[in-house]
Design a protein around this ligand. Structure first.
Ligand code: ADP
Ligand code: MG
Length: 351
């Protein structure tokens, strides 16, 4: 259906994921006064009353595209499906409150399997203190599909957008990057080993952090509170789902600024460094393009730097520049390399 059969049809891969969204939605005009933020951020923002705003975000997870059930336990999948959506709510500086869960399943799944999936959803809903308030269930002729919509609340004026970064602001990231992608590489490798020798028992112990980050990621639920305690209000914020590089570019485009990112500042777990050596991969490339880290990336005013300096959860990795200067990685050797959005692109294989 999406094949480029004649001159009048365009392959969707040619636009890229974000180009396609822009192309399809460019004519949509906001009609409701209550729509504070429509398409273009981690979540939409809707005015509820004079004090509160609601945020809404939705995501799809498809078998064979986003997960592989040969190494992804269904319970973990349920948990992860919730977490990836809540991450977008936290990225708006909001508190998640409700989710809806929609699934499409084929009859190859017994009830017990779906119970496992729902045990994971229930566990995440409990830990993140959200209510499951609805959803939809339908049959699938292909794989399993899960779509979750997350709703959150934020005090009016407290939502943080991708668009608020200013020249000279500092760029800050929570936690560390690249672990989830390397966890996936380890799991893929073990899957291949298992195909050849089904009796082999993988020793995942040296990769425990990486595998956990891939199979059971957490959303950064405490950062909003931490920032209040530190008396820092970010000027812009986004969550890192597609890789640092692509998220920096989103902030830069929305905020109309440039950025210098310093390679030697990018936070990496020791397991990421050692497994990258083992796989002969460059750890900076993995941090830039790996994705699924679900860390938060935000900008702060330079005068706020002393307030978060030395905090073990936060790392300053760069600063924003004039838009004309572009977005660059400053390598350890001091070379300026343009950042490209090589984040995971759902459509690239269909080109
Ligand atoms: P994220 O990576 O934070 O989940 P996305 O890149 O998926 O964000 O989406 C960017 C923006 O585009 C969001 O505002 C999202 O709601 C919107 N969006 C994505 N796909 C569609 C679509 N098919 N129709 C309308 N809006 C969309
Ligand atoms: Mg996001």
């Amino acid at each position: 259906m999406f094949e480029n059969k004649d001159n009048s049809s365009t392959g969707i891969g040619s636009l890229g994921e974000f180009g396609l969204i822009d192309h399809l939605t460019k004519n949509f005009k906001i009609k409701q006064k209550s729509t504070v933020m429509g398409i273009g951020d981690d979540a939409a923002v809707i005015s509820c009353n004079s004090r509160k705003e609601m945020v809404v975000s939705t995501d799809f997870l498809l078998e064979g595209v986003h997960f592989d059930l040969s190494y992804m336990p269904l319970k973990h999948l349920g948990y992860k499906a919730v977490v990836v959506n809540l991450s977008d709510v936290y990225a708006m500086n909001a508190e998640p409150t409700q989710i809806t869960v929609s699934i499409a399943v084929s009859n190859r799944f017994p009830v017990e399997a779906l119970e496992e999936l729902y045990a994971g959803i229930e566990a995440a809903a409990k830990i993140y203190n959200v209510d499951v308030v609805g959803g939809d269930t339908t049959s699938s002729t292909t794989g399993l599909m899960i779509s979750i919509t997350a709703i959150g609340m934020v005090n009016k004026g407290d939502a943080i957008y991708r668009s608020g970064a200013k020249e000279n602001d500092l760029l800050v990231v929570t936690g560390d990057l690249g672990a989830s992608y390397m966890g996936l590489q380890v799991l893929e490798r073990e899957k291949e080993v298992f195909k050849v020798n089904p009796n082999s028992q993988p020793d995942l112990e040296p990769y425990s952090y990486l595998v956990e980050r891939q199979l059971k990621p957490e959303a950064r639920k405490n950062i909003s509170k931490l920032l209040v305690e530190l008396d820092v209000k970010p000027t812009a914020m986004i969550d890192i789902s597609d890789g640092l590089s692509s998220e920096i570019i989103h902030i830069c485009k929305s905020s109309k600024v440039g950025c210098n990112l310093f390679e030697d500042k990018i936070p990496l777990d020791p397991q990421v460094i050692s497994v990258c050596e083992e796989f002969n991969l460059d750890s900076t490339t993995i941090a830039l393009s790996g994705g699924e880290d679900y860390e938060l990336l935000f900008t702060i005013k330079t005068e706020d730097y002393p307030k978060l300096k030395g905090n073990p959860h936060l790392t300053v990795i760069g600063h924003m520049t004039n838009q004309n200067e572009g977005t660059h990685l400053i390598s350890r050797a001091g070379t300026k390399i343009p950042l490209i959005a090589r984040g995971w692109n759902a459509l690239e294989n269909e080109e």
